[in-house]
Design a protein around this ligand. Structure first.
Ligand SMILES: *[C@@H]1O[C@H](CO)[C@@H](O)[C@H](O)[C@H]1NC(C)=O
Length: 206
């Protein structure tokens, strides 16, 4: 019980977009909150519900602190989607292009050769434990809430995954995708900071 509380607390700080402890008490504080659901047992995993698109639809995203990219199963069309709580996301026409710095960051450390500046940005993520996702980067609105309750709807880049591999033996979480909470450029926490939606709380990010 105790360790679970600490875990949730740690998660809250992670998700508020602050990377280091906030020491100055009266600094204006813009944090967004995500609703975390799940438990250690019997569910065995935690996920957040995120509303994405216009009109916004809810998706359940598995939390992963070890990777940057957030992705959703996507009807682009979906060639290999696993059973999920919601219908695959239908992408709009807002693709992230190959020239976008976010695209390069998703491909790092490999260098990316764009044949044409308007090429779509393909991605592939591999997880040590539960499979992989292949797709393209898109942009859409995320409906988020500040800690004071005010809604904000920034446009964020994420993966539209149309070819997923899961190891059945791994008992994968019943979610629509993954929320990547790494600190790389493609992470939505980092995107929120760069857009000025959230503030860095005294930490430096390079
Ligand atoms: C809530 O917080 C955000 C971010 O700090 C701010 O822009 C907004 O004006 C606040 N809303 C209210 C009602 O105070």
């Amino acid at each position: 019980m105790h360790s679970r509380f600490i875990f949730i607390l740690a998660l809250f700080f992670l998700l508020t977009g602050c990377y280091s402890s906030a020491t100055s008490g009266h600094q204006s504080f813009s944090s967004v909150v995500f609703q975390v659901t799940g438990n250690v047992y019997p569910t065995g995993y935690y996920y957040v519900t995120v509303n994405i698109g216009n009109p916004p639809k809810p998706y359940w995203l598995d939390l992963d602190t070890g990777s940057d990219l957030t992705w959703l199963q996507c009807d682009a069309p979906c060639t290999k989607c696993f059973p999920a709580p919601h219908k695959p996301y239908k992408p709009n026409k807002n693709l992230v292009t190959c020239m976008d710095p976010l695209c390069a960051s998703v491909h790092w450390p490999e260098t990316l050769n764009c044949e044409s500046p308007n090429d779509q940005c393909d991605y592939e993520v591999q997880y040590a434990d539960h499979g992989s996702s292949l797709g393209l980067l898109v942009n859409d609105r995320f409906r988020l809430k500040y800690t004071n309750g005010t809604l904000v709807e920034p446009r964020l880049a994420f993966g539209c995954g149309y070819d997923q591999e899961v190891e059945a033996s791994m008992n994968p979480p019943y979610t629509d995708g993954v929320l990547g909470l790494g600190l790389g450029k493609a992470s939505i926490l980092r995107q929120l900071n760069e857009l000025g939606v959230t503030k860095k709380c005294g930490g430096s990010l390079s």
